[in-house]
Design a protein around this ligand. Structure first.
Ligand SMILES: Nc1ncnc2c1ncn2[C@@H]1O[C@H](COP(=O)(O)OP(=O)(O)OP(=O)(O)O)[C@@H](O)[C@H]1O
Length: 275
């Protein structure tokens, strides 16, 4: 469904080699996310998560390699057909981005209106989508009459109103408390079970660890880890003395202090911090 082949994204190609801006946002990334997958994209701030999502939406075009979405090389899609690509991809953000003057029903209906759906299709489908996200009975509320979790449910309903094959979620629980976040994850899980491929960028370790889904970890624009049923941090990145990097299982019962040939750089700073 989503395939990256040796994808590199250098934002400022003119900046001189070695300068901060010359570091690619993504660096030679190859990965495939299958139809129906649910995958978390994790990594420190600046590791490339948003760059990854923006490439899928063709908000930016890779400076190297190729990005394929539903079998299409997105760089080859003519600009007049990019809206069609995006119609097949729902997007949810941390800050909800609802239309404040429109009520819950209208916010979701609007997504269908802009792609030319008929009034009757909207009248039939919007209540179904609101039911799926758990917002029955709240159709007439304005966004400022909803809790944060409810606003995010509206945003999810809007994102899936046109039945996209892919749902991208960029820190969807970032503004929500843990209990509310669990409700949002249940909604995303339900959507995934209905066949939608879900890719979610997050810093929320509690959520990642409780879901036990695929975890793709980025560091400095590279894939450091790809586990089919992972945790937020089950591996410790280690730099060997010769400069090579490797990941070691963070099994605290068997974890050994790094040998004198290598040195752990995260998450433990000193020997005193070792488990
Ligand atoms: N528009 C841009 N122009 C120049 N550099 C950019 C731009 N967007 C991102 N970058 C750089 O690309 C790298 C990856 O950034 P990106 O926003 O993808 O990281 P992220 O993992 O999403 O971070 P966060 O968790 O803070 O959202 C960073 O070094 C960032 O400074």
């Amino acid at each position: 469904m989503i395939r990256f082949e040796n994808v590199t994204m250098v934002y400022d190609q003119k900046s001189r080699l070695g300068s901060e801006n010359a570091r690619p946002g993504l660096d030679d990334v190859s990965i495939e996310i299958d139809r129906g997958d649910f995958a978390f994209l994790v990594g420190a701030s600046g590791s490339g998560k948003s760059t990854f999502l923006r490439l899928i939406l063709r908000e930016i075009v890779a400076t190297g390699g190729s990005v394929h979405v539903a079998g299409q090389n997105v760089a080859r899609i003519p600009s007049w057909r990019v809206p069609k690509l995006r119609r097949g991809i729902g997007v949810v953000f941390q800050d909800f981005r609802l239309l404040p003057q429109k009520n819950v029903f209208e916010n979701v209906a609007f997504a269908m209106q802009v792609v030319g759906e008929s009034r009757s299709a909207i009248r039939d489908h919007v209540p179904e989508v609101l039911k799926l996200v758990g917002l029955e009975g709240k159709e007439k509320r304005q966004p400022d009459e909803l809790s944060g979790g409810e606003q995010q449910r509206v945003a999810i309903a809007r994102a899936i109103a046109n039945k996209p094959q892919i749902l991208l979620a960029d820190e969807p629980t970032g503004n929500l408390d843990p209990a509310t976040s669990v409700g949002i994850m249940n909604v995303l899980d339900r959507i995934n079970q209905n066949g939608t491929t879900v890719l979610m960028a997050t810093h929320d370790d509690g959520i990642v660890n409780s879901m036990r889904r695929r975890v793709v970890e980025l560091s400095l624009g590279r894939i450091m880890r790809d586990e089919s049923s992972g945790e937020y941090t089950s591996m410790i990145p280690v730099i060997n003395q010769d400069g090579t990097r490797e990941l070691r299982q963070a099994d605290h019962s068997t974890w050994q202090k790094p040998s004198n040939r290598s040195q752990a750089f995260a998450p433990f700073d000193t020997e005193d911090d070792l488990p």
